[in-house]
Design a protein around this ligand. Structure first.
Ligand code: AMP
Ligand code: MG
Length: 397
């Protein structure tokens, strides 16, 4: 038996190099991982500018008490710049984001002034009010995003605001998928008694895309030695990772092992976890091989725990593991000491705190428990049964 952490460490230790960098357009950058530090070529915002629609004035013209009338000498729409400098007693009508005219340091919101004919009447206001300073968001030459950052919409927007239309990212890791099992059939085709539709390949393909990989689908392979060998060899030439599901529990165990021993190298692990105890990890030629359990919850969980961090490391990501949170269990949960258990939970904000319950039956074949849930409840090795009211770790998904 090895622990989840040991398994993860052994896997990550074997992934030594990320995929090579490539340039992509911002439109194709979502979910990709930066392959270089990104520096700001200029200050953001590039000039002092107005934070509101209103009137820009010199601070010297702001009355300490009472009111003062100022001449409105120009009307600045967004995108235009006031060429001259403000003289004493003058104001410029300005739009949000427009650069402050030379000599103006304070902006009155338009609703704060009384508009007279060609003039405005203003009262006291803090000097410098309603302005945004050059460089207050980002200063020129500073690193705004480190390599290893996965790009979300906001990162992509920030890159665009720096004037870039392309970005250097790691190539998406290629993950080749195979389902094994004589009983497993393709959705959309007829099913005979004793057969089940392939769920795992579809769960895994979607999960791979969600974690920034490219899924390459090699379909279903029957429980036949020669066929498995041929498909695995083919798979190993197509991607950095080869992922199969099924055939790693006792029975077929030796059979997959035989093939892998012949064409690569493999370890069969009993991981101290529930669900999903058996896991095979090794190499076929240049590719890393993961043999996930066949039960749909176990295979998805093993993906999340072992394949996703490996894929993340290959993709150059800095953060390989999701954050965990704490919540109060609202029901008792059975737990065996000595292994890490992952229950599917429903996490909600109630009575000023996070509460979590299980989704109900927790069998490793019950994929609907993943559908009903919004988090994993992570019960650590040393922990025994959980009583209602205890604090537990949760990992939202
Ligand atoms: P195995 O590890 O091959 O013994 O499979 C364990 C269980 O998972 C069996 O009930 C299989 O029928 C089921 N199973 C295996 N592969 C899949 C799959 N691709 N989709 C859904 N269930 C599967
Ligand atoms: Mg099987």
């Amino acid at each position: 038996m090895i622990s989840v952490k040991d398994g993860q460490n052994q896997i990550l230790a074997r992934i030594t190099r990320p995929t090579p960098p490539e340039i992509v357009s911002l439109g194709a950058a979502r979910g990709r991982v930066l392959a270089e530090d990104l520096r700001a070529p200029f200050d953001v915002p590039p000039t002092d500018n107005s934070a509101v629609d209103g009137y820009a004035v010199a601070s010297a013209d702001v009355p300490a008490a009472g009111s003062r009338d100022l001449d409105v000498v120009a009307d600045l729409p967004a995108g235009s710049v006031f060429a001259g400098a403000l003289a004493p007693g003058q104001a410029v009508r300005i739009m949000t984001g427009a650069p402050l005219p030379c000599g103006a340091e304070t902006v009155y919101p338009q609703e704060a002034v009384e508009r007279l004919d060609g003039r405005i009447r203003v009262g006291p206001i803090p000097k410098g009010a309603n302005t945004r300073m050059r460089g207050e968001d980002i200063q020129a030459n500073t690193v705004v995003m480190e390599r290893g950052t996965a790009l979300r919409p906001q990162e992509i927007g920030l890159i665009a605001s720096l004037g870039q239309c392309q970005v250097l990212v790691h190539r998406r890791p290629r993950v080749v998928l195979l389902s094994t099992g004589d009983e497993v059939v393709e959705p959309g085709s007829p099913r005979r008694p004793g057969q089940i539709y392939d769920a795992n390949r579809f769960t895994l393909a979607a999960a791979i895309v969600e974690s920034g990989g490219e899924a390459i689908d090699l379909g279903i392979v029957a429980d036949r030695r020669d066929e498995l060998r041929a498909r695995l060899l083919e798979a190993s030439a197509l991607g950095e990772l080869v992922v199969t599901s099924g055939g790693v529990s006792v029975g077929v165990y030796d059979f997959v092992k035989e093939v892998l021993d012949e064409i690569g190298a493999i370890d069969f692990w009993q991981v101290a976890m529930q669900p999903g105890r058996p896991l095979a990890f090794g190499r076929i030629g240049p590719a890393h091989f993961f043999g996930l359990p066949g039960n749909p919850v176990a295979s998805m969980l093993a993906y999340m725990l072992f394949v996703r961090p490996a894929l993340g490391k290959l993709a150059g990501r800095r953060q390989l593991f999701p954050e965990t949170w704490e919540a109060r269990a609202t029901e008792p949960m059975s737990k065996k000491k000595g292994r890490r258990e992952f229950k599917r939970g429903v996490l909600r904000w109630r009575n000023g705190g996070w509460e979590v319950r299980t989704t109900g039956p927790q069998g490793s074949g019950i994929l609907s428990s993943m559908v009903a849930g919004n988090c994993l409840i992570v019960l650590e090795e040393e922990r025994g049964d959980v009583t209602a009211g205890e604090t537990v770790l949760v990992e939202p998904f």
